[in-house]
Ligand binder design. Structure first.
Ligand code: ADP
Ligand code: MG
Length: 268
């Protein structure tokens, strides 16, 4: 399990992560969802040991992040492929750096390239989506138990995004614990078992399917003739619809709308 307990991190007096507590189990996909500047990357960098928390504790299978490099694969947000190499060389070299023998690195590279349908070309010439696949494959050469993907689909075209989604689903099925950051609600909902909404603090969290029920204390009543929408609190719903003289539909609000509400409540 990866866990963070009461994590705080500031830059020059500005609090970026405030009292963040979370956990990720093996075989689980957990998303940190939040706007740009919400502190996601800062939190990830503490999990993979690049930054030290000001306060709080992060543990990876009961180790501190500096000793957990063997069990953790990482694709940082701002990382790019190493130009000049072919896809094969890129993944192979990462395997060697992770301590595989030449033979193991070769086999691992072939397997990953086949599994993710990676072409063997100069990485400079690959599309954004294929570069991302090379980076993910490179992070997987050590067969990590956990994988951190910081905004793995930002900037990708829809098809590449779907390919990365498929990779994530496959890895989950194979038992890898995955931490994903995204500002796409749709992506978090589609891929993750649990979601933490992070905007400096954890504003909401829960199982993906339960978030709507848990956090939406209102329903939307929609006039099916005009499309007009009314947000009605649960306790007022019965009396509200009793007085309607048009055809209506009742539904839970979109997670998007819940998200907007949560984000707009963010303390400054
Ligand atoms: N090394 C740094 N020095 C100063 N400020 C930083 C540094 N890294 C991040 N920040 C600030 O911390 C905030 C959160 O950034 P970040 O963690 O990258 O958010 P996210 O990944 O959610 O977009 C931003 O306001 C950013 O400018
Ligand atoms: Mg980021």
């Amino acid at each position: 399990m990866i866990s963070g307990t009461h994590i705080w991190k500031s830059f020059k007096g500005k609090v970026v992560n405030e009292d963040v507590t979370f956990s990720v189990n093996k075989g689980e996909v957990v998303s940190f969802l939040g706007p740009n500047g919400g502190g996601k990357t800062t939190l990830m960098r503490q999990i993979y040991g690049e930054l030290k928390s000001d306060k709080g504790e992060i543990e990876i299978d009961e180790m501190d992040p500096y000793n957990a490099l063997d069990v953790l694969g990482v694709v940082p947000q701002d990382v790019d492929v190493m130009d000049g190499l072919t896809s094969f060389e890129h993944i192979y070299i990462m395997g060697m750096l992770k301590g595989l023998s030449r033979r193991e690195a070769k086999e691992m590279t072939e397997e990953l390239m086949e599994r993710f349908s990676i072409e063997n070309k100069k990485v400079d010439a690959l599309s954004g989506g294929n570069k991302r696949k090379v980076l993910i494959a490179s992070a997987l050469t050590s067969s990590p138990k956990y994988l951190i993907l910081d905004e793995p689909t930002t900037g990708l075209d829809p098809q590449s995004r779907r390919e990365v989604w498929n990779i994530i689903s496959d890895l989950k099925r194979a038992g890898t614990g995955i931490i994903l950051t995204t500002h796409y609600l749709e992506e978090a909902e589609k891929l993750s078992d649990r979601i933490y909404f992070l905007n400096r603090k954890i504003l909401l969290f829960g199982k993906t399917g339960e978030l709507r029920k848990k956090f939406a204390n209102y329903y939307q009543v929609i006039n099916v003739e005009t499309g007009e929408k009314y947000n009605v609190r649960e306790e007022e719903l019965l009396s509200f619809i009793r007085n309607l003289n048009y055809k209506y539909e009742i539904r839970l609000p979109d997670l998007d709308e819940i998200y907007d509400k949560v984000i707009s409540n963010e303390p400054n």
